[in-house]
Design a protein around this ligand. Structure first.
Ligand SMILES: [Zn+2]
Length: 378
């Protein structure tokens, strides 16, 4: 009997040792459910082989209004970690969590990650009220439009993974650092990232001083701004340019890239535009020479086209997150930057005359008007 017990014990020890061999994941994976594919991408990046990630809303779906499917509740019921913006972006979240009834992932518990924790929100209303149908009552919840803020999102997700799976803390922390370094390289370029490091770049972006700092200093006889690379360099053609957006979902991108959002087609987030409001925006776009109209692909394409046409602007329709054709968050930001940069480099209507769509020389940019191959090539 004692002998048998000993054999059993040796067997268990052997199994434990085996499961700790890198690359082997004998233990169950952490089951992660993310509300958006952008968060799911980050969770997979940081969790690697130790997580199994399912995301609910695709980058081509309006994250405010996802139609609930019974399968979502089953997913959430079995989840170890639930990642959400943590604001009122996912209006369907409270009902989903109530239906799933999983105490481990309810807000405030170890298994709930608020992606926006620690982020200073913009466009915070004076009073948090839905009286006028507003759906951004805590401030703008579309944080994922800034790749720089995604470093903070990744920090929050890594902390969540460590809470529910502390055994792999070192790996999650290592992958988090890797993620932040990759954002820096893609956003600022290799040279600046190497020269300054993430912390100094973070402080410069946070204080809004990055560009003026680079423009006012030289290094080895060259202006520092010449060292700027990555998305910020690619987006230089639309820095300080005016745009109009369909929905109030672009402020974090615009702030990072120095775009000026003049107005919105929706009078308030989530409120469909009335003809008088549209006429007002069109008039303003003409008056202020706004050349580009940015809209997520899930808005009414015909309406976006018509408004752009009347205003003499180029419509740019973009997915707001990871989707089948843009399988990484890096692809998504590449697509945004290239679509908008391309749209600013054409003057499709000459200097003032507005021609209808379909006229020679008139082009739309963004999804899916240009092939992905064209937009994504370096
Ligand atoms: Zn919104």
């Amino acid at each position: 009997m004692r002998y048998l017990r000993l054999v059993g014990l040796i067997g268990i020890l052997a199994l434990t040792t085996l499961s700790q061999v890198p690359g082997r994941t004998a233990q169950p994976k952490v089951r992660v459910v993310a509300t958006l594919t952008n968060y799911g991408f980050v969770a997979q990046y940081i969790g690697g082989p130790y997580v199994e990630v399912v995301s609910i809303a695709d980058g081509t779906e309006d994250p405010h209004f996802v139609k609930p499917k019974p399968s979502y509740a089953v997913l959430v019921q079995n989840a170890d970690l639930f990642i959400s913006t943590g604001l009122d972006l996912e209006l369907w979240e409270p009902a989903l969590l109530a239906k799933a009834g999983n105490a481990r992932i309810m807000p405030g518990s170890l298994g709930y990650v608020s992606a926006s924790a620690g982020i200073q929100l913009l466009e915070v209303p004076a009073t948090a009220s839905r009286a006028e149908g507003d759906i951004h009552i805590y401030g703008n919840p579309h944080i994922y439009t800034s790749p720089w803020l995604m470093k903070r999102v990744a920090t929050n997700i890594a902390a969540g993974l460590i809470r529910v799976d502390p055994a792999h803390r070192d790996i999650y922390e290592h992958n988090l650092q890797h993620f932040k370094d990759e954002v820096d390289r893609r956003l600022f370029g290799h040279a600046l990232s190497q020269m300054f490091g993430g912390d100094l770049l973070d402080r410069l972006v946070e204080s809004g001083q990055l560009i003026s700092f680079l423009q006012s200093r030289t290094y080895q006889g060259q202006p520092l701004i010449d060292r700027l690379g990555g998305w910020l360099r690619a987006g230089w053609v639309f820095r300080d340019r005016k745009v109009v957006c369909y929905h109030k979902d672009w402020i974090y991108f615009a702030t990072l890239f120095g775009q000026q959002i003049v107005d919105y087609i929706e009078p308030k987030p989530g409120i469909p535009p009335s003809p008088p409001h549209v006429a007002q925006v069109v008039e303003r776009m003409r008056r202020e020479d706004v050349r580009v109209l940015i809209a997520a692909v899930y808005f009414d394409r015909e309406k976006v086209r018509t408004v752009a046409e009347r205003a003499g602007a180029v419509p740019v329709m973009i997915p707001m997150g990871v989707t089948a054709q843009l399988p990484t968050y890096w692809d998504v930001v590449d697509f945004w930057v290239r679509s908008i940069a391309n749209a600013f480099q054409v003057r499709p209507f000459g200097d003032s005359a507005v021609r209808p769509f379909g006229s020679p020389g008139v082009r739309e940019f963004g999804w899916p008007f240009e092939t992905l191959a064209t937009l994504l090539e370096p």
